[in-house]
Design a protein around this ligand. Structure first.
Ligand code: G16
Length: 555
């Protein structure tokens, strides 16, 4: 960097002093903390995003959100040129920037990194960064900090895209870098038109009046997702949606509502109750990148049948596998391509779901928690479906396979939908347009679930009966230093502190079908405990015993 550039950073950074005595780290999905601590981190992430834009000669995204965390928290996620998460190779630089103690140290770090990465400051293509935020009250100020960070790189342009869901911003970054239309309206139009197209491809002999056609009731977590879903619904036909807990309703973000609450507590969110028994319901998280379904049990006290990310993964797998087998069976299609289909889960996947997917003959891969890992693995397949049990996931189509599907689609004469095999190809192509190719997206995921249920003529109960979850329990344990827990083998084994894994093994062995693991959260200051066993009582008991072990070893 030249002197002029260094002095601009020295000047602007002096307005954003880092909080004293706080070490921030780039976690599962970026930085996350109490919003009052984040001004300097977000400003510095703005600088990083502009540098990433210069390095990749592409548009980068910065999203101000703390997703499922409480409303007083905030955070920042970075979208790479593909629309996916920031390359893991740059995470240590993000950590170092966030923790630089003075403007001079910050400039020194940037200079070293610019040299090491050979980042061009030639002014040929100025940096361009899209900024978005969710509905948190702290979002406005933090977005301004990000804007100042971006524009402290001379010539860089920061475009404020306003209040968005996280997946909308990732989608826009991807679309911009592909030279496609990338406004919010374009996003809504792509989702609604591919949804309509898939509905039109439902075989006519199917009545379209099955259980799936009844109203869907959606819990918006009092966040951005509910408002965006209402806007999207205006463009939809063939689906009736009622949104509750929209940010316009005055409730508190993620407080007794939202996908994280519903999935972890397995109870109804606020605003739902016995009057909803049996109805198909869904829940989004605070920034609408997670989706779970549920139905309220009749005459219950708020208990639900949870249809989580594992079951969404299973539903998508069944539908896509069916289309691929129609393609492969029919010989009337030119240049048949045997697509490789794979699914990706984490250790949180219910054991019953993994068993079910393997029984379908699918390749099942396991990665650590965090979409950055699942996404990378899923991208190795022609069609890679990934979902975390918490409802974060999507379906990725390789460029090669999408090109092949597009060629089939172009061969069809206009207006004709062709043979069964060609219809299957058209369905798969429409799925690739409907489902967000950049990142897990509750809105596009919801539309895909809805159209598949209509295609199968399935109610939520039929879907939920695909397999029966093993009873499970998740707990959080507050410890002095969660980074003292180090794991291996996709987080299934603790390697540090010594002795903890042996103690967990000993405890787990006491329970029929017992399975348990612990890992440090990358978004909250807790250690997470997961346990599975043959009954709810024993799963609860195993989780409690393991939580006590965590406390004993790390207390
Ligand atoms: C983020 C990540 C997810 C992860 C979740 C919880 O979700 O994108 O991949 O499952 O955090 O992570 P942890 O257990 O490390 O706290 P979100 O929706 O909060 O951005």
């Amino acid at each position: 960097m030249n002197e002029e550039q260094s002095s601009v950073i020295l000047n602007t950074s002096s307005r954003f002093s880092p909080p004293q005595g706080v070490k921030l780290s780039y976690g599962t999905a970026g930085f996350r903390a109490d919003a009052s601590l984040l001004q300097s981190t977000v400003y510095r992430v703005g600088i990083l995003a502009a540098l990433r834009s210069l390095k990749t000669k592409s548009v980068i995204g910065v999203m101000i959100t703390a997703s499922h965390n409480q409303v007083s928290d905030n955070g920042v996620k970075i979208a790479d040129p593909s629309g996916g998460m920031l390359s893991q190779h740059w995470e240590p630089f993000a950590d170092a920037l966030a923790n630089a103690t003075s403007p001079h140290q910050l400039v020194k770090l940037i200079n070293e990194f610019v040299e090491k990465e050979n980042i061009p400051f030639d002014g040929i293509r100025p940096a361009e960064v899209l900024l978005g935020r969710d509905t948190r009250p702290s979002g406005d100020d933090l977005l301004e900090a990000a804007r100042q960070g971006v524009t402290s790189i001379i010539g860089a342009v920061a475009l404020d895209m306003g209040i968005l869901t996280t997946p909308q911003l990732h989608w826009m970054v991807r679309a911009r870098n592909k030279g496609l239309k990338a406004s919010e309206q374009d996003y809504f139009e792509q989702l609604s038109s591919s949804f309509r197209y898939l509905l039109d491809l439902i075989p006519s002999e199917r009545s379209k009046l099955g259980g799936a056609n009844e109203k869907l009731v959606v819990d918006g977590a009092n966040g951005v997702g509910g408002v965006k879903l209402k806007a999207l619904e205006k463009l939809l036909s063939g689906l009736v949606i009622e949104v509750r807990n929209s940010s316009e309703d005055g409730g508190v973000l993620n407080d007794g509502v939202g996908a994280d609450y519903v999935q972890k507590e397995k109870v109804v969110p606020h605003g739902f109750g016995s009057k909803d028994a049996g109805i198909r319901c869904a829940s989004l998280d605070g920034d609408a990148d997670r989706l779970v379904y549920f139905s309220v049990q009749p005459e219950s006290n708020g208990t639900i049948d949870l249809v989580d990310g594992d079951k969404i993964l299973s539903l998508f797998s069944l539908f896509i596998r069916e289309q691929l087998s129609i393609l492969n069976e029919k010989e009337d299609i030119k240049n048949l391509h045997q697509a490789r289909l794979g699914v990706v889960q984490t250790a949180y996947a219910n054991g019953a779901s993994t068993g079910y997917l393997k029984q379908l003959g699918l390749e099942v891969e396991l990665t650590p928690t965090g979409v950055k890992y699942l996404h990378e693995k899923a991208a190795e397949f022609d069609i890679g479906i990934y979902f975390e049990a918490n409802g974060h996931g999507t379906v990725l189509f390789s460029e090669y396979f999408t090109g092949w599907l597009e060629a089939r689609s172009n061969e069809l004469s206009s207006g004709s939908k062709g043979s069964e095999a060609e219809k299957a190809a058209l369905r798969l192509l429409a799925v690739s347009k409907l489902i967000n190719q950049a990142v897990g997206d509750a809105l596009s995921g919801l539309l895909l679930v809805e159209v598949i249920l209509q295609h199968m003529e399935w109610s939520i109960h039929r879907w939920n009966d695909l397999y029966h979850d093993l009873p499970s329990r998740q707990l959080k344990v507050k410890v002095a230093d969660r980074t003292a827990v180090v794991t291996a083998n996709a987080e299934t084994v603790v390697v540090s502190p010594p002795g903890l894994q042996e103690a967990i093994n000993e405890e787990t062995a006491k329970y029929p079908h017992g399975r348990s693991f612990v890992r440090p959260s990358g978004t909250e200051d807790v250690v997470r405990v997961y346990a599975e066993a043959s009954t709810q009582e024993t799963a609860d008991s195993l989780a409690n015993s393991v939580a006590k072990l965590v406390d004993r070893f790390l207390g």
